[in-house]
Design a protein around this ligand. Structure first.
Ligand code: AMP
Length: 520
C-alpha cells in the first residue's frame, strides 16, 4: 500500500498504473492507456470505522485499484464547528487500510490540495437541495463538500466513487453534481452500517460518553417506529415525523435539530410519501451532533436472479414470475430490441458512438397482453423480430458496449421503480437493483451445466457435442463473465446461493417462491 500526500505523487502513481506515462526505465513502452484498469475512490475524513470499511470492501471487489482519501476538509466546517477537535488518527487509519487491502491512501494537507488561500473556486450545488436538512444549521457546508469532492474526482478520475447513505443529503447532492457536470463517474451508494444497538457508526461517536451512547440509540428507535407506522400504511409526513419526535422526546438530553421527510433524489420536502421518501434526523447530545436516516418506499418487491450462464435462470425466472403473479422484466429482450434497431438502421455493429447515439434516443416499452408480453422499440412491435438468427448472432457484441449497457441499465431501473418484477442476469442484484428484496444466485457445477446443455441440444435434434468440449466452453465463459470490466458476474453479499445440481426446475421454482413468501 502507498501513502501519498501530494497531488504530484498521486497523479504520477495513477498515470503510471494506467500506462499513460512511460516509466523512466521503459521509455520505449508507451502504452495507449489501460482501459481495463478500473479505479475506485472512497473519500473520507479519516478516523476510519466499520462504515468506511463497507465502502472500501465494495470498492475492493469492483475495481483493480482502490484509492482512499483522508482529508478533514476545512471548507465544510463552519466557524463554530468541530474542525479543530475532529479526530485525526492517520497512523491507525493507515493500518486499517492496509488490512483492507487498499492500494493508495491520499492524505493531503489543505496546502497540498490548493485550498489554503482565501477564496478558492467553489462548486455551488442547487439552492433547492441546500434549503433543507443539514444546510439550515450548516451554511456553506455542502458548497465545501461539493468543492472538495469535485477536486478529488478530478484528481483521481475514478471509474466509481463510493459514498455512504448515512450522509444522505451529501449523497443526493453528489449524485446531482456528477450528473449536472457530466462527470464520467459512477456514484455507488452504500447502505448504513450500524452497531447491533442500531446506532449508526460515525467518527463522531468517539465524542460520546457511555451514557450518551445509550441515549443516542433513540435516533434509530425513532426511525424504526416511523418505519413501522409506514409499513402499517401511514403515509402522511406529519404523522411519520411525529413518530420519530415522540421517541426523541423520551431523551431530554437530546436536542433535535430537524426531523424531515424529503424526496431522496431532489430533497424536496414531502407532505406524504407517494412511492418513496427519505426520513432524516439531526440532533445534538451535549456537544456532539448526530445524523441518521431511513428510506421509506412503497414499491412492490423485486426478485433478482443472477448466476453463471447455463444455470437455468431464464427458464426459472418466467416460472417464478408466473407463480408469484409478478412481471417478468426480460432484460435480454431489451438488448435484442436494440440490436434489431441497429441492424435495421444500417449502423455498423462496431460503430460504438453511433450506437450510443441510437440507444440514447430510443424508447423501449413492454406491453402486457392477456396471453403474452409484447416488446416495442420506438413504437414498433418487435416481439417476434428480435428472435431471428441475425439478431441472436449480434446481440452479445452490442450488449458488451459500455454506452449500451449504461443506458439500458438506467431504463431497467426505471421499469423497476414500482417494483413487482422478477428479473435475471449477471449483475442484477449487484448493479442494476442492489436494493432488491430477494436476491438469488442460481448456480450449477460446470459438469452439470454441460450435461444439461448436451441434453438440450439432443432435444432440439442437433448433432451430439462432446461433453468435455461443452465443459471447456462453459468454463471459459464463466472465466470471461467473472472478469469482465463492465458488470462482472459476482454473487451479491446478500444473495442466497442456490446450487441446482440435484434439483429439478420445479424444485428450484418452489424454493424461490418459498423464500419470497418467507420474506414478505
Ligand atoms: P466521513 O469520513 O464521515 O466523511 O465519511 C466518509 C464516507 O463514509 C461517507 O461517504 C459517509 O457517508 C460514509 N459513512 C460514514 N459512516 C457510515 C456508516 N455508518 N455506514 C455507511 N457509510 C458511512
Amino acid at each position: 500500500m502507498r501513502l501519498f500526500t501530494t497531488v504530484a505523487a498521486l497523479r504520477c502513481f495513477l498515470d503510471l498504473s494506467r500506462g499513460k506515462q512511460p516509466r523512466s526505465d521503459e521509455a520505449t513502452e508507451v502504452l495507449m492507456g489501460n482501459p481495463s484498469l478500473t479505479v475506485g475512490l472512497v473519500p473520507t475524513m479519516g478516523a476510519l470505522h466499520g462504515g468506511h470499511l463497507s465502502l472500501i470492501k465494495r470498492a475492493r471487489r469492483e475495481n483493480k485499484i482502490v484509492v482512499v482519501t483522508i482529508f478533514v476538509n476545512p471548507l465544510q466546517f463552519g466557524p463554530n464547528e468541530d474542525f479543530d477537535r475532529y479526530p485525526r488518527t492517520l497512523k491507525a487509519d493507515r493500518e486499517f487500510c492496509k488490512q483492507a487491502n487498499v492500494d493508495v491512501i491520499f492524505a493531503p494537507t489543505p496546502q497540498d490540495i490548493g485550498i489554503d488561500h482565501q477564496q478558492p473556486t467553489q462548486v455551488m450545488p442547487p439552492q433547492s437541495m441546500m434549503s433543507v436538512m443539514c444546510s439550515v444549521s450548516r451554511p456553506g457546508h455542502f458548497e465545501g463538500v461539493a468543492t472538495i469532492v469535485t477536486k478529488l474526482l478530478n484528481l483521481v478520475q475514478p471509474d466509481r466513487a463510493y459514498f455512504g447513505q448515512k450522509d444522505a443529503q451529501q449523497l443526493a447532492i453528489i449524485q446531482r453534481l456528477v450528473a449536472d457536470l457530466n462527470l464520467p463517474i459512477e456514484v455507488v451508494p452504500c447502505e448504513i452500517v450500524r452497531e447491533s444497538s442500531g446506532l449508526a457508526l460515525s467518527s463522531r461517536n468517539q465524542y460520546l460518553s457511555l451514557e450518551e451512547r445509550n441515549q443516542a440509540i433513540a435516533l434509530y428507535r425513532g426511525l424504526s417506529q416511523a418505519e413501522k407506522a409506514f409499513r402499517s400504511g401511514e403515509r402522511l409526513s406529519a404523522n411519520l415525523i411525529q413518530a420519530v419526535k415522540t421517541e426523541l422526546e423520551k431523551v431530554p438530553a437530546m436536542k433535535s435539530e430537524y426531523v424531515e421527510l424529503v424526496n431522496p433524489i431532489t430533497l424536496a420536502p414531502l407532505d406524504q410519501v407517494e412511492d418513496r421518501g427519505l426520513l432524516a434526523i439531526a440532533a445534538r447530545l451535549g456537544t456532539t451532533r448526530l445524523i441518521d436516516n431511513i428510506r421509506l418506499q412503497t414499491r412492490q418487491p423485486i426478485v433478482a436472479i443472477d448466476g453463471p450462464a447455463g444455470a437455468g435462470k431464464s427458464t426459472v425466472v418466467k416460472l417464478v414470475a408466473q407463480a408469484l403473479g409478478l412481471l417478468y422484466l426480460d432484460t435480454g429482450a431489451m438488448y435484442r430490441a436494440l440490436t434489431w434497431l441497429v441492424l435495421k438502421s444500417g449502423v455498423a455493429i462496431d460503430d460504438e458512438p453511433e450506437i450510443a447515439e441510437l440507444v440514447s434516443r430510443c424508447s423501449i416499452e413492454f406491453v402486457n397482453q392477456p396471453d403474452s408480453t409484447r416488446i416495442l422499440i420506438n413504437g414498433q412491435d418487435v416481439t417476434e423480430a428480435i428472435r431471428t438468427l441475425e439478431v441472436t448472432a449480434q446481440v452479445s457484441a452490442i450488449a458488451a458496449q459500455a454506452a449500451v449497457r449504461k443506458v439500458l441499465v438506467r431504463q431497467q431501473q426505471q421499469f423497476g421503480q414500482r417494483g413487482g418484477i422478477v428479473v435475471e442476469g449477471r449483475d442484477i442484484g449487484t448493479n442494476v437493483f442492489p436494493d432488491a428484496e430477494l436476491k438469488i444466485f442460481l448456480t450449477a457445477s460446470v459438469q452439470e451445466r454441460a450435461r444439461r446443455r448436451q441434453q438440450d441440444l439432443k432435444n432440439q435434434g442437433k448433432e451430439e457435442v462432446d461433453l468435455k468440449q461443452l465443459e471447456q466452453l462453459i468454463a471459459d465463459r464463466d472465466r470471461k463473465d467473472s472478469t469482465r470490466t463492465i458488470s462482472p458476474l459476482r454473487k451479491a453479499d446478500d444473495a442466497i446461493e442456490l446450487q441446482t445440481d440435484p434439483l429439478s426446475i420445479d424444485d428450484v421454482v418452489k424454493t424461490i417462491v418459498r423464500l419470497y413468501q418467507d420474506r414478505a
